[in-house]
Design a protein around this ligand. Structure first.
Ligand code: PDD
Length: 294
C-alpha cells in the first residue's frame, strides 16, 4: 500500500506534499537561487528551532532574499499540529520566486516561494551506526566559496555523498586544494587528539552547523578542551578519534577513513562521552530544562 503523502505548507497553505506545484521559472529550479534548513523533530517538537531560524535569516540576508522569517516558525508548529510526527525531519526552503530567466535579480521584486514539510524518521539509518561507527571517504571539496550560506546549490555535496555511497561508506569528508579538511558532504567534522577536540573554525568554507555549535558548548561544559583549528589530510593518521555531527547524524563516530582505521578502529572514548552528552541534552530539553546558551 502506498504511504500517504506527508503534509506540506506551501506559502502558508497546508496541502499534501504530492499536490504542491511550482513553476519551472522559479529561480530555485533555474539557478539554485534558494536557501534551505533541515530540523530534527524529537517527540513531536522541533529541536533548536530558534537557532535554525537565526541561520535561515542570516542565509537569506546574505543572498538578499527579502522575507520575514518570524512566520516560518509558526508555520512549522502549525504543520506539526496538523500532522503529528514523533521522530522526524522538517525540510524547509525559501526561493527567490518565479521570474523570467535572467542571471541578475528580477527588476520587479518577486514573491519568495516557501515550502515546509515534515517527514517521519521511523527507521533512523544511523541508529546502528552510532554504536558501531562508520567509514568515510575523502573527496575533493568542489564547492563554491560561500559554504557558510545554506543554499540549495549542493552539487559538490551530492557528488561527494555519491562517491561515499559507491565506496560503501556513510559520508565523504571534503578536502580543499591545500589539503585542509573542511567538513562532510552533509555533516560537520571533529577530530580528537590527546584528549582535545578539534574542529574547523567558522569561516566561509564551512556551514555553521547547529549541531556543531551545540557540541562545542557541550564539550566546554564537560571541560573537554576544544580547539577550533583546521584538520588536514596529512595529519589524519595522528588523530585518535573522528566523529561527524549534524541534524540527522547527531554524533556519529568515524572508525575508518579510506579503509584505514581511525585510532583503535572502534568508536573513541571522547566521542562516546560527547554522544552521551548530546543525548542527555535532548532528554533534558524534552523534560523542559535545557537551553543551548545556558
Ligand atoms: N545538512 N555541513 C553541511 C555541508 C551540511 O549540509 C550540514 C547539514 C551540516 C550539519 O549542520 P547541522 O548540524 O546544522 O545539521 C554541516 C543537512 C542535515 C542537510 O543537508 O540535509
Amino acid at each position: 500500500m502506498n504511504q500517504p503523502s506527508p503534509l506540506a505548507s506551501w506559502n502558508g497553505e497546508v496541502m499534501p506534499l504530492s499536490e504542491v506545484r511550482v513553476s519551472v521559472l522559479d529561480r530555485a529550479f533555474l539557478f539554485g537561487d534558494a536557501i534551505y534548513e533541515a530540523l530534527r523533530v524529537y517527540e513531536g517538537r522541533p529541536f533548536l528551532l530558534d537557532e535554525h531560524m537565526a541561520r535561515l535569516r542570516r542565509s537569506l540576508d546574505q543572498i538578499r532574499i527579502e522575507t520575514d522569517v518570524d512566520h516560518i516558525s509558526r508555520r512549522i508548529l502549525e504543520l506539526l499540529e496538523r500532522q503529528p510526527v514523533r521522530d522526524g525531519l522538517i525540510y524547509l526552503q525559501v526561493t527567490r520566486g518565479e521570474a523570467p530567466r535572467t542571471h541578475y535579480f528580477p527588476a520587479n521584486p518577486t514573491e519568495p516561494n516557501e515550502l515546509i514539510y515534515v517527514s517521519p524518521l521511523e527507521d533512523d539509518p544511523h541508529a546502528e551506526h552510532r554504536k558501531t561507527g562508520v567509514g568515510v571517504v575523502t573527496f575533493d571539496d568542489l564547492r563554491w566559496k560561500r559554504c557558510d550560506i545554506k543554499s540549495v546549490n549542493l552539487l559538490g555535496n551530492c557528488l561527494a555523498a555519491q562517491a561515499a555511497r559507491e565506496a560503501g561508506c556513510a559520508e565523504a569528508i571534503l578536502v580543499s586544494a591545500d589539503g585542509t579538511i573542511t567538513e562532510g558532504s552533509h555533516t560537520s567534522l571533529f577530530g580528537v587528539r590527546d584528549g582535545a577536540v578539534m574542529t574547523a573554525p567558522l569561516a566561509r568554507n564551512i556551514l555553521p552547523g547547529i549541531t556543531r555549535n551545540l557540541v562545542v558548548q557541550l564539550a566546554n561544559r564537560a571541560d573537554i578542551p576544544i580547539r577550533e583549528e583546521p584538520l588536514s589530510r596529512d595529519r589524519l593518521p595522528e588523530v585518535d578519534e573522528l566523529f561527524l555531527t549534524g541534524t540527522t547524524a547527531e554524533v556519529l563516530p568515524v572508525t575508518r577513513v579510506d579503509d584505514r582505521p581511525v585510532g583503535s578502529g572502534q568508536p573513541g572514548k571522547v566521542t562516546c562521552q560527547i554522544a552521551a552528552a548530546y543525548r542527555g541534552y535532548v532528554a533534558d530539553w524534552l523534560a523542559g530544562d535545557a537551553s543551548p546558551s545556558s
